[in-house]
Ligand binder design. Structure first.
Ligand SMILES: *Cc1c(COP(=O)(O)O)cnc(C)c1O
Length: 372
């Protein structure tokens, strides 16, 4: 079965092998050397002034960013499940909470964020997804962050990049906290979250907040290539290995270029079948199709063609399906997925199979655009 869900994503064989070595004690020079290498590679990936790894799923880093960087009121952008989660975290910690809410296909704008800051001057941090995985939506985070900083330089920008870091280049100039998670674009098992921080964020953190998720404690330790509590040693080995595997494939720019081409090739191929791409501004992390037969298409993919794609949640349950684009995905696998969708549509009596999806996919992925 091909795993094409936007998280978890398949773990490459070389990375699985590296993580299968005997357990290292975390307070040893051997492990500290691996930690240092992983940390160096993460600085390259995150493009931020500071980096910390936390043994938790991605939500742990979302919570750490909110509690350490928001001291009064959080503005969260809710255009999907993950954006909604930021508001719930703020409320769970007794912080003020203001929300901008959108349908899951609609990106936030800098104008509405600035207006909300005018009417709620107590907001001291903004939390937003770069790629909102609920609907495959790309928010214009860099534009929003630049506009906010131009007028409110003290407001912290928390960017959830769990399905964006390792997928596409992110301009971190105006971002204070950038969040990544192991089981999405980093192609690792779940359990490790990564936070990139600006110098301004580190200054605001001060002595930190909370206990396990106190970022001041972690920053201090991780600058010495160790962790405050037991490190997720296996996953830290995995981080080092996957980032060196990406380098061996040509580096991050090559990965970003292949991902962008594959995402565009997939979307164009499915649109050529008459299907509709759901988000108004699609993220390259996944291809999201809204369709009345979404469930039937997903079942056919799984039962007849060996492909596992994700469905929708909440009000989009049964109405969308999402195809992963994150990670080192082989083009022949992605080409099979669009072909399988075309076969499924034929099976549902929607459209006779004629090879359109593969023709469009190959034409775009391999740059033979005349061949469409
Ligand atoms: C998966 C995901 C998360 C975090 O989920 P965890 O299950 O806690 O790892 C957060 N934000 C986005 C955009 C995601 O896709």
């Amino acid at each position: 079965m091909l795993l094409f869900t936007p998280g978890p994503t398949p773990v490459p064989e070389s990375v699985r092998q590296a993580m299968a070595t005997p357990t290292l004690h975390h307070r040893t020079p051997e492990f500290e050397a691996i930690f240092a290498q992983a940390r160096t590679r993460l600085f390259d990936l995150m493009q931020t002034d500071e980096v910390v790894m936390i043994a938790s799923s991605g939500t742990g880093a979302m919570e750490a960013a909110v509690t350490n960087l928001c001291h009064d009121t959080l503005l969260n952008i809710n255009a999907g499940k993950f954006g909604e989660r930021f508001g719930k975290i703020a409320q769970a910690h007794g912080l003020g909470s203001v929300e901008i809410r959108h349908e899951w296909d609609t990106p936030a704008t800098a104008e509405e964020v600035l207006e909300t800051l005018e009417t709620h001057p107590q907001i001291d941090a903004i939390a937003i997804q770069i790629s909102e995985s609920a609907g495959g939506l790309r928010h214009p985070v860099e534009t929003i962050a630049a506009a906010v900083k131009a007028q409110h330089s003290d407001v912290m920008i928390i960017a959830d990049g769990i399905t964006a870091v390792g997928v596409e280049p992110i301009d971190t100039t105006h971002i204070d906290a950038l969040i990544a998670g192991s089981q999405k674009a980093l192609m690792l098992p779940p359990g490790l979250a990564i936070l990139g921080l600006s110098n301004a964020a580190v200054a605001k953190i001060g002595v930190g907040k909370g206990y396990y998720l106190n970022l001041a404690t972690e920053i201090k330790k991780q600058r010495q290539n160790t962790t405050a509590y037991t490190a997720a040693t296996t996953l830290v080995i995995g981080v080092e290995k996957i980032l060196s595997a990406i380098e061996a494939e040509g580096g991050l720019d090559v990965l970003y270029d292949r991902t962008a081409r594959r995402a565009r090739a997939t979307r164009t191929a499915l649109e050529a079948l008459g299907l509709h791409s759901y988000p108004r501004t699609p993220a390259p992390s996944m291809t999201t199709i809204d369709d009345p037969d979404a469930n039937a298409i997903r079942s056919a993919l799984k039962e007849q063609y060996g492909v596992n794609v994700a469905g929708g949640q909440d009000h989009l349950k049964g109405k969308i399906f999402r195809i992963n684009q994150m990670g080192l995905v082989a083009p022949h696998e992605a080409a099979w997925v669009v072909n399988a969708v075309e076969l499924a549509l034929d099976g549902l009596g929607r459209r006779p199979y004629d090879g359109t999806a593969n023709r469009f996919f190959n034409a775009i992925y391999y740059g033979l655009e005349g061949a469409q």
